[in-house]
Design a protein around this ligand. Sequence first.
Ligand code: HEM
Length: 224
Amino acid sequence: MRAWTCARTIRGLVTLRFNRFQILTHLLCLLPFVWLVAGYAADSLTADPIQAVTQRTGQTAIRLLLIGLALTPVNTVLGFKPARQVKRAVGLYAFFYALLHFLTFSVLDYGLWFYEILREMSEKRYLVVGLAAFLLLLPLAVTSTRGWKKRLGVWWKRIHRSAYVITALAILHYLWVVKADIRLPVVYALILLVLLILRLPPVKQWFLVRQPAWIEPVNQFFSR
Ligand code: HEM
């Protein structure tokens, strides 16, 4: 096994080549984090900054989970090929924001006071569902590498299909968080339903023969 060296890591990063769509994806996924840090530094995160961070990281995580799931139909149904290349990155960004969300709750809000955290969980069902979604997301993030994909073989795809269940749990968590205005979680649930319908073979086939002609130049532009 080759020894790790700092120089080798830097060389690896320098030789990494991203296409336009990958660069755009990374920039867009980092934007909520930069916005959050800037808001925190400028002390402009409302009167309750911890709640603001919890809400923003939660919203970003759930949206990225949905976007990550949408990338497959964007490729298979619409024919936008660069979408395939960012699936792993978007999934990892979703995990990153979910981790920030969880740490905000357990470290910033509860100072890792486990007794209090457990007491809150026994009283609030939305916390149990949120934790279940987060714990299920953890193995997906760990096994997202090429090495794990090879090691797990056919199981990799089966395991990673659980992203649909995780997103459904996250939506249920959100639905139980909001008490009155359930419009946004319902919109998220409808998007998830559409994404599931787009996975059905006859639906996929219907779109496959109707891919728009303009998608080819778009693919070429973003693949550069
Ligand atoms: C994949 C995992 C998770 C996702 C995607 C997620 C997403 C969300 C979303 C969208 C909200 C609503 C934000 C808003 O009001 O605009 C929220 C709120 C919240 N979540 Fe999560 N969540 C996850 C896991 C967790 C975990 C593990 C915990 C703690 C154990 C947690 C604790 C909270 C709390 C305390 C709130 C705020 C409740 C309030 O405003 O009163 N979440 N989450």
